[in-house]
Structures are given as structure tokens and as C-alpha cells.
Design a protein around this ligand. Structure first.
Ligand code: PMP
Length: 397
């Protein structure tokens, strides 16, 4: 039966992880994966999460099946977070939100639904983008192409190229946009540039699919969410995937969501019914624990305040590390201006280093980033930063 099965290529990032684990260099630093670590290099377990879990343990509940679209209190909390509790779209009932298995699950449910809705559509993702965007939409049956985004020569965004590519897209094309904290580059477009993107999406009848995997990691929860409000104000029907993997440090619980903004309540209920078909025929219904934890935190004012504080601390620490990296590289003798690192936002930095330099960083210094030059600045800390700066200085010299 399996004699003709070919070996699938290894996931490049997970492969990097294995290489890191096997590395015996005592100074090794893993900047490969997109995970936030605290200043002690540890994966945080947020206090708000622990408090919610403790309350759940004190009052254990049986684990029946959840509704297909997940915990109602969770879906409502997601709507409030993404669109604003008092926003017209939410109060009028025209948002269909379903709990999903991580942000990846939200993207996948949206992709499968879109394929049924508009099988001929193409999908555009940013060049470059999170690796899985292409794979998820291709596996849903779409042809996936990219729009220009990163301008390597200028270490910036090729915004004119992006707009030209969106303008050239056929009506109905699904455009996957990073709502904030672009992965992998760390470069986000400005508010004025978002307005321009929205103008084109509207004029060309494109379908915006906003991937919000880092709400709160950029400038703040409301600040990062503001882009969603812009699309709503433009009267667009949009898709938004949400991930709490990073913002709650709940990677393994797989907590995410998909929200679809319809034109009215009746349309939203039809959309919701179709999202449920996608889920039902895929994994039936979502798991209980992670969603219950996030709902408990978001719906309790005290825990919510604690979450905002802890999320804020993660955000600030990343920014501090960016500054320390710029300063440290300069102190280590790097001549070129590396200040672009502090204009980037979120967990990642496209360092501008070549594949050869990244390979040298790994093999000679035990500093692991991807071959594209992406480094996870959220894994830097006061203990490893010096070694990282000294190592980079050596490979760029
Ligand atoms: N979108 C982007 C841009 C991401 O970076 C990630 C996580 N690396 C995801 C989606 C998926 O999130 P999750 O782990 O919650 O599935």
C-alpha cells in the first residue's frame, strides 16, 4: 500500500529546531522558531492563565462535546476583541465567529469555505509570507501567487509594488494580509498605506483575509486591531483569523478563531451555517480547555487587566531587545546602520543577512535563525544578546 509513498520534505523551521537540539555548543541560541521566551529563556505561563486554570480546577466540569462553532462566551470575547464589543458590526449580529484550532485552523476553515464559495478564485499572499499561508490555501485547492512586499535592497516595504500587484488582481481574488507584526519580515505598512490597500481591495472587488496572529504584540491590543476597523468602515466583507498562541503563550492549546463579516445578520447566519459544515466534516468540534481558559480571562475584568499587563510586558521586552540588538551590534563593531531593526515590529526581524551568513552563524556560533535571515527577537534575552551580537559582527565583517 505504501511502497510508492515519497518522503515529504522536512518542515524547514522544525528541522532547524532538531539541529539546534542536537548542537552541543554551550552558547547556542535558538532564534529560529516564532516563540516568545522571557528574559530567562523560558516559555512563560501567564499568571492570568494560571488563575483561570486554578478556578477551573477548583470547580471541575465534565468535558462534553462543544458546539461545532465552539464556546459561545469565547466566540463573543473574540468578536469584542477583534471588532470592539460596542461596534456596529458586532451589535447588529453581522459577524460570524467560530472557535478554531489555533490561527492555522482559522485560516484553514476560511480557506475551505472560500473554495466552496468561489472555486475559481486565486489567492495572493505577501512575498515573503508565513510559510504555511501558501500551503494552507494550496491544500484547500487554490492557486496561490504572491504580491510584492519586502524590498530587500532598501530594507523596507515595496509598497508601490504591492499596490500594483493588488491592482492587477482579478475580481474575487483572495488577498491574505498580515494585520500586524508581519511574519517573517517585521515590517508593517502604515495607517495611510492601509487606507490605500483598502481602496484597492474595494475598487477591484478583492476579498481581504486578515491574519491576526499577533494582536497586542505590535503597538497594543486596540492599536493593532485598528486596521480591522478600517476595513469595516470601508463597508467590506472580510475574513479575520485570530490566534492566541502568542498573546496568551498558549501555543500547544491551539486556541484561535475565524470571524467573517457579512452584510447583515441574516447573511451572517447563513455564512455561519457553512463554516459549521466545514468544521463538522473536518474535526467535528473544537477542544474545550484552551478556549475555556481564554474566555475566562477575556470575560473577567480582573483577569483581563492582568492579561493586558502581561501582554504589555512581553511587547515592551521585545522592543527593548530590538534596541539592545541595535546598540550591541554597533558596540561589537558592525559598521552598517542596523537601526532598521527598531523600525520593525512584532516577534521577527528580517536581519538582511545572507543564507551563507546564517549558515555560518549556526555552524560556528550556535546562533540559529532561518536561511532567509529571519530572527526571532522575542527569543533574545539579557544573557544571550552579547553572544548573538558578537557572532553577527563576525559573520558580517
Ligand atoms: N499566522 C501567522 C502569520 C503566524 O505567524 C502564525 C504562527 N506562527 C499563525 C498564523 C498560526 O498560529 P497558530 O500557531 O495559532 O496556529
Amino acid at each position: 500500500l505504501f511502497s510508492s509513498v515519497e518522503m515529504a520534505p522536512r518542515d524547514p523551521i522544525l528541522g532547524l529546531n532538531e539541529q539546534y537540539t542536537a548542537d552541543t555548543n554551550p552558547n547556542k541560541v535558538n532564534l529560529g522558531v516564532g516563540v516568545y521566551f522571557d528574559d530567562n529563556g523560558k516559555l512563560p505561563l501567564l499568571q492570568c492563565v494560571q488563575a483561570a486554570e486554578k478556578a477551573m480546577m477548583d470547580k471541575p466540569t465534565p468535558r462534553g462535546y462543544l458546539p461545532i462553532d465552539g464556546i459561545a462566551a469565547y466566540d463573543n470575547a473574540v468578536k469584542a476583541l477583534v471588532f470592539g464589543a460596542d461596534s456596529q458590526v458586532v451589535t447588529s449580529g453581522r459577524v460570524a465567529t467560530v472557535q478554531a484550532v489555533g490561527g492555522t485552523g482559522g485560516l484553514k476553515i476560511g480557506a475551505d469555505f472560500l473554495k466552496r464559495l468561489n472555486p475559481q478564485a486565486k489567492v495572493l499572499i505577501s512575498d515573503p509570507s508565513w510559510e504555511n499561508h501558501r500551503a494552507i490555501f494550496q491544500n484547500a485547492g487554490f492557486e496561490v501567487a504572491s504580491y510584492r512586499y519586502y524590498d530587500a535592497a532598501n530594507r523596507a516595504i515595496d509598497f508601490d509594488g504591492m499596490i500594483a500587484d493588488l491592482n492587477a488582481a482579478a475580481a474575487g481574488t483572495v488577498v491574505v494580509l498580515h494585520a500586524c507584526c508581519h511574519n517573517p519580515t517585521g515590517y508593517d505598512i502604515t495607517a495611510a498605506q492601509w487606507d490605500k490597500v483598502i481602496e484597492v481591495v474595494k475598487a477591484k472587488n478583492l476579498v481581504a483575509f486578515l491574519d491576526m496572529a499577533y494582536q497586542g504584540f505590535g503597538h497594543g491590543i486596540a492599536e493593532d486591531g485598528a486596521v480591522i476597523g478600517k476595513f469595516i468602515a470601508a463597508g467590506l466583507n472580510i475574513f479575520v483569523s485570530t490566534s492566541f498562541s502568542k498573546s496568551f503563550s498558549l501555543y500547544g492549546e491551539r486556541v484561535g478563531a475565524l470571524s467573517v463579516v457579512a452584510t447583515d445578520k441574516e447573511e451572517a447566519s447563513r455564512v455561519l451555517s457553512q463554516l459549521k459544515v466545514v468544521i463538522r466534516t473536518n474535526y467535528s468540534n473544537p477542544p474545550t480547555h484552551g478556549g475555556a481558559v481564554v474566555a475566562a480571562v477575556l470575560n473577567n475584568p480582573e483577569l483581563r487587566a492582568l492579561w493586558e499587563k502581561e501582554l504589555g510586558e512581553m511587547r515592551v521586552r521585545i522592543k527593548e531587545m530590538r534596541q539592545k540588538l541595535v546598540d550591541g551590534l554597533k558596540a561589537a563593531g558592525v559598521k552598517q546602520d542596523m537601526s532598521f531593526i527598531t523600525t520593525q515590529i512584532g516577534m521577527f526581524s528580517y536581519s538582511g543577512l545572507s543564507k551563507d551568513q546564517m549558515v555560518r552563524l549556526r555552524s560556528e556560533f550556535g546562533v540559529y535563525g532561518t536561511d532567509t535571515g529571519r530572527m526571532c527577537v522575542a527569543a533574545l534575552n539579557s544573557k544571550n544578546i552579547e553572544h548573538v551580537c558578537a557572532s553577527i559582527a563576525k559573520v558580517v565583517a
